[in-house]
Design a protein. Structure first.
Length: 162
């Protein structure tokens, strides 16, 4: 590709810092192996991050989040809420985690046909019901972590398994 190795190495180090690639034993880089248990723990961790924002609910200003789908709006609301807390370390950790879970969005869409309705329900939830809905939302993904990993890797999932 006629690229200098320095910017490529810098990019790979940055991706490694985000947890999107890992350094191999021989000095090269590779995509991290998908493990269902690790994916499940990441979903559980995201729920905990979101509960931090739930303790101090902050609604985004009207019109701040303009997206076509409820799923994209929900992701944007979550990021806005975590950012509005003013805790840079928490926000950075949340964004890093979101980046790691991004590879499963298409798999979620394949496995959960009611994804848009689920996101709409969360977007319209009252403060009293939101934490239980967040728990259910994430528990569903934790339980489906093996199928999400298979689907993200391109395996065909039988409808009955989901």
């Amino acid at each position: 590709m006629s690229l200098s190795t320095t910017p490529v190495r810098e990019a790979l180090c940055w991706l490694g810092g985000e947890g999107l690639v890992e350094r191999g034993g021989a000095g090269g880089f590779f995509a991290p192996r998908l493990e269902a248990a690790l994916v499940a723990r990441r979903y559980e961790l995201r729920r905990l991050y979101l509960l931090c924002a739930h303790d101090r609910p902050v609604d985004p200003p009207e019109g701040l989040i303009d997206a076509d789908t409820a799923v994209v709006r929900l992701q944007a609301v979550w990021a806005w809420r975590l950012g509005a807390l003013g805790d840079a370390a928490l926000f950075d950790a949340f964004l890093r985690l979101q980046g790691q879970l991004a590879r499963f969005r298409a798999a979620e869409a394949r496995l959960f046909p009611d994804l848009e309705g689920e996101a709409e329900t969360l977007l319209n939830a009252s403060a009293e019901t939101e934490s239980s809905l967040l728990a259910r939302y994430h528990a569903r993904r934790v339980a489906a972590a093996p199928l999400l990993v298979l689907s993200a890797e391109g395996a065909e999932i039988d409808e009955d398994e989901a």
